[in-house]
Design a protein around this ligand. Structure first.
Ligand code: TYD
Length: 212
C-alpha cells in the first residue's frame, strides 16, 4: 500500500538542523509533496505542554526516569495524533528529532538502560519507524558555542559538556549501527555544501538519483 515518506532530523544541540529543515521542507514542497513539519518533544497540544515542562530550566530537580517518561508520553501522542495519520494519507512527514534523540540523550547521555528505552519506545511509536534519518554531525563544542551566543540555554542545553559529548558519541554509534536508515552529514561545512549532501540523499530516498 502506498504511504508517505517519514523523515527525521537529528544532531547535538546547535548542529544547524533548523536551516536544513527549512531547505528540506521547501524542496519537497517544490516537488509537489504535501509536507507536514513537526517536532519533538511537541507537535500536538498535549506534547507541547509536556515540552514546556521538560525544557523548563527551573526544573533542575527532574529525575531521569521522569524525563524518560515525559519524552515518551509526548512521542506517543505525536505518533498517534499526527505522524501515523499523515503518512497513511500519503503526506510527507518531517520530524525535528525523534527516537534517535531519545537513545542518544537518555541512553548515552543519561546512561539509562538501552533495553528499557527500546521497550518504552516500542510502546510509544507503534512500529512507526522513519524511512530516512539525517544526523548532522558536529562536535558539541562548536554547536553549543553557537547556541550559547544566541540565548540562555534550556534545561538540556545547560547540561555539562561531558553530557553533550556522550550524546554526540551516542549519535555516532547509532549511525554506525543503522547505516541504511541514518545518513551522517558532515555539518561542519558551509550551509550550501551541507544542503547539497542532504538533497542528494533525499533524491535517493524518493527513488530518483541525480548525476553528481
Ligand atoms: P530543542 O530546543 O527542540 O532542541 P534543538 O533546537 O537543538 O532541536 O530541545 C529539545 C531538547 O530535548 C534537545 O536538547 C534534545 C532533547 N531531547 C531528549 O533529550 N530526548 C528526546 O527524546 C528528544 C526528542 C529530545
Amino acid at each position: 500500500m502506498k504511504r508517505g515518506l517519514f523523515v527525521t532530523v537529528e544532531g547535538t544541540d546547535g548542529c544547524g538542523k533548523t536551516t536544513q529543515i527549512t531547505n528540506i521542507v521547501d524542496y519537497l514542497s517544490s516537488l509537489g509533496c504535501r509536507v507536514i513539519l513537526t517536532r519533538e518533544p511537541g507537535g500536538t497540544r498535549i506534547s507541547e505542554n509536556i515540552r514546556s515542562i521538560i525544557l523548563d530550566p527551573a526544573f533542575t530537580e527532574m529525575h531521569s526516569i521522569t524525563e524518560l517518561m515525559l519524552y515518551s508520553a509526548a512521542r506517543a501522542q505525536l505518533v498517534e495524533q499526527v505522524i501515523r495519520p499523515a503518512i497513511a494519507n500519503c503526506e510527507t512527514v518531517i520530524c525535528d528529532r525523534y527516537i534517535d534523540s531519545f537513545y542518544a540523550y537518555q541512553g548515552y547521555g543519561r546512561g539509562l538502560d538501552m533495553e528499557m528505552l527500546k521497550k518504552i519506545t516500542s510502546l510509544a511509536i507503534n512500529n512507526t519507524m522513519p524511512d530516512i534519518t539525517f544526523f548532522f554531525d558536529l562536535v558539541p563544542e562548536i554547536g553549543l558555542r553557537r547556541r550559547m551566543n544566541a540565548a540562555n540555554g534550556d534545561r538540556i542545553e545547560n547540561e555539562q559538556m561531558e553530557f553533550h559529548r556522550r550524546v554526540y558519541h551516542g549519535y555516532r554509534q547509532l549511525a554506525k549501527e543503522n547505516p541504511e536508515r541514518i545518513k551522517t552529514i558532515d555539518a561542519s561545512r558551509s550551509v550550501d555544501e551541507v544542503w547539497e549532501d542532504v538533497r542528494r540523499q533525499l533524491d535517493m530516498a524518493l527513488g530518483f538519483v541525480r548525476e553528481v
